[in-house]
Design a protein around this ligand. Structure first.
Ligand code: DGJ
Length: 711
């Protein structure tokens, strides 16, 4: 409803209430639980119960915090918008019009005619209750406007006192860290020109430390694949805010008359059922998008750890044959196939098959792969170029760099590669045409799109170049997808350094990490699926010991971990023993049997006490079926392990429990509950959720998978 002053948006258990004052921007009075169908009297009551006086030593009048708080409203925290015209700061006095669009969206157009600015803001509660905030600033004045930043914020209650942010490194992406929300305004920045392994990823505010299944949590994620700022504001005299926006360098966004800057979409998720409620909103929204991958996620073999740069056609073809025997459905040839690419110091930029290694081209391999019933996929690193390449020799001016950084000064080289300036139309067209030709010629169904260095000192036409580079990369993906319907693309960036919803608006899955160590993967995948549904998270079985860590693990454990995502292999399958081959065949069959459930159900993480335990389940939308995995990452603490309350089941139905030991048997010691035996156990959902399931005394780094089907 919208009575002129108030706008109430509602969808999927979430409400946003916006109040428009006589002058200035509207304020968000509520973001959180659906409050039901409110009438004007309710909204007036809400205003009266939440309005306040000002504290001594602050403004004379208490303002509601607006959609884009700023100094001109008396907001003492970090402004949402900072812009200058010819060096003069702009303090807009907005006149806003509010247009509700259906039940769950509103567009606010705010104009300051004197300042020559228009701000358009759209708030939408999307499917699943995910809130999308979009800002666009337009320069209506004569002189150019420099935008320092334009960030999206939403208020959270002052009782939200804990902040969880993410960090990481190569092969250990998305490690959460929780502490008190700092007082005042604080920012987390990423300046890598890609998300980065240490990307802030999601900022979470919570009342107390966040739990998986209970408690209120507020989250923000930015759909942008380059430099970002995540922010919290916790002033003493105002409400608390969370938000995010693109990190811009000075003069990166300069708006001439009539130009506008559209900030990346910020995604806000609120939950009163802990972190699983946050993830559920993201997953539901993602799955409702028209472009979401809906076909069965194929079992993949990626050649990287099998052959690295050592491309021998006979061996790769033998690998393809073995992959097909095992049930692989998509065969992906990784780095090493193009001109001069015998190591990582040459070749990037020359996207032509190297006749020295593939004398007959890649056509015979691609045809073999298809004749074996698999899709053919190929690795590219489109944005990158080696100085040792025909492209860089012919077009040294196509590099995205400042002149001082080419060649890299001693010690500042980054995998000996440089970045191609995709905002240069000629460079863009050259790359597009090379890639498109190969997609057509080889019948490529899948591109693994890599990005293995930060953008350091990125300069385009004398100005900071990260923003135009990111948009150009998006355009290139969009164009390739439009020209090749059905083409799927995986976003990889030295593993999971580019996994945001900006890149995922146009790609189909991510390579979550270069770590195939399943112990590390338990946590990397768990936190990646805080935003991405499991069907978008590439998770492959690698060899033991893992190449990235040297840790040896049981094959059953590696399989159980791969089944938690979009499954496959990163392994020289020709080196497998007969026993291993049988086991991975059974894994392939199990994946195909269960993926309908695993890739459509809701993901649950029952809270556990023991820090060695990782418990995760996927429950069918109609709760007729579920799969739970219990894994240990270390030695469990108690002789009698805890009972796990399985989440998400229907209390009114009875479930039959069956251990899926196709993955391989788990090793457990002193406690062996009867449900682990051969005879199926049947029990009510209420017992499983209220009393719980007794865990076995699992040895360190063991996994057991149990499949529940409702009677
Ligand atoms: C980094 C990726 O994350 C790996 O999977 C692999 O594709 C290499 N690049 C190839 O250079």
């Amino acid at each position: 409803m919208n009575n002129g002053t108030w706008t109430l948006l509602r969808r999927d258990g979430v409400a946003l209430i916006i109040a428009a004052p006589e002058t200035g921007l509207p304020a968000v009075l509520h973001w959180g639980a659906d409050l039901g169908p409110l009438d004007a009297a309710d909204l007036d009551g809400l205003d009266r119960t939440t309005a306040r006086q000002t504290a001594p030593g602050t403004l004379d009048t208490a303002w509601r915090l607006s959609l884009a708080p700023q100094e001109s409203e008396g907001w003492p925290g970090r402004p949402a918008l900072l812009a200058t015209r010819a060096g003069r700061p702009l303090f807009p006095r907005w006149e806003a019009t509010v247009e509700q669009q259906g039940d769950a969206a509103v567009e606010v157009t705010a104009v300051d005619a004197a300042a020559g600015l228009t701000l358009r803001t759209r708030l939408e509660i999307g499917a699943g209750g995910l809130v999308l905030v979009d800002h666009e600033l337009q320069n209506d004045g004569g002189e150019a406007v420099d935008v320092a930043w334009l960030e999206a914020t939403l208020p959270v209650p002052k009782t939200a006192d804990h902040l969880t942010s993410f960090t990481g490194r190569w092969a250990r992406e998305k490690a959460p860290a929780t502490g008190a929300i700092p007082r005042g305004s604080t920012v987390r920045e990423s300046r890598r020109g890609r998300g980065g392994h240490d990307s802030p990823w999601v900022t979470l505010a919570s009342t107390g430390a966040p739990r998986n299944r209970t408690g209120e949590v507020w989250a923000v994620h930015l759909g942008w694949s380059a430099d970002v700022r995540h922010r919290t504001d916790r002033p003493t005299d105002h409400v608390t805010l969370i938000g995010a926006g693109e990190l811009l360098r000075p003069s990166e966004i300069r708006l001439d008359h009539g130009d506008s800057y559209r900030a990346p979409t910020a995604y806000f998720s609120w939950s009163d059922t802990g972190l699983d409620g946050i993830a559920d909103r993201f997953h539901t929204w993602m799955r409702a998008r028209p472009q979401h991958p809906r076909t069965a996620r194929p079992l993949v073999l990626n050649t990287w750890e099998a052959v690295y740069f050592d491309h021998d056609p006979a061996r790769v073809e033998a690998l393809a044959r073995r992959a097909a025997e095992i049930g692989v459905e998509r065969f992906v040839l990784d780095d090493g196939w193009f001109t001069a690419r015998r190591h990582d110091r040459a070749g990037l930029g020359d996207w032509e098959v190297d006749p020295a290694v593939w004398p007959e081209g890649l056509e015979p391999l691609a045809e073999l792969v298809r004749s074996l019933g698999m899709q053919f996929g190929l690795w590219f690193e489109p944005e990158m170029v080696n100085l040792d390449s025909n492209l860089a020799r012919a077009h040294p001016d196509w590099l995205l760099a400042s002149p001082e950084s080419v060649p890299s000064p001693e010690g500042l080289s980054f995998r000996t590669q440089y970045v191609l300036d995709l905002a240069n139309p000629e460079a863009f067209e050259h790359l597009r045409s090379q890639m498109s030709t190969l997609v057509d010629r080889l019948g490529i169904a899948f591109i693994k799109w890599d990005h293995n260095r930060d953008l350091v000192e990125a300069v385009h036409e004398g100005r900071p170049g990260t923003h135009p580079q990111t948009l150009a990369a998006y355009r290139l993906i969009d164009r390739l997808k439009a020209d090749h319907p059905g083409l799927e693309i995986e976003s990889c960036s030295s593993g999971g350094a580019r996994t945001d919803l900006g890149i995922l608006a146009r790609t189909d899955r991510v390579w979550a990490s270069d770590s195939n160590d399943p112990v590390e993967r338990q946590d990397i995948q768990r936190w990646t699926e805080l935003v991405l549904p499991p069907e978008m998270i590439g998770a492959h079985v690698g060899p033991s010991p893992a190449h990235s860590s040297g840790r040896a693990t049981a094959l059953a454990y590696r399989i159980a971990t791969s089944l938690q995502g979009s499954a496959g292999f990163e392994w020289d399958l020709l080196s497998c023993t007969e026993e291993e081959t049988e086991q991975i065949k059974a894994f392939g069959a199990l994946y195909k049997e269960l993926r309908g459930l695993l890739h459509s159900g809701f993901v649950v993480h029952p809270d556990v006490l023991d820090p060695a335990l990782r418990v995760r389940g996927v429950v069918a939308a109609d709760r007729s079926e579920a799969v739970f995995t219990v894994a240990t990452v270390a030695s469990i603490e108690d002789a009698l392990p805890e009972r796990i309350r399985l989440a998400g089941l229907d209390p009114e139905r009875r479930y039959t429990l069956r251990v899926r030991d196709e993955i391989g048997a788990s090793k457990h010691g002193w406690t062996t509950p009867p449900w682990l035996g051969k005879d199926p156990v049947t029990v009510s959902g209420r017992v499983l959720t209220e009393v719980g399931l007794q865990l076995p005394g699992l040895w360190p780094v063991q996994a057991v998978m149990v499949h529940l089907t409702a009677a």
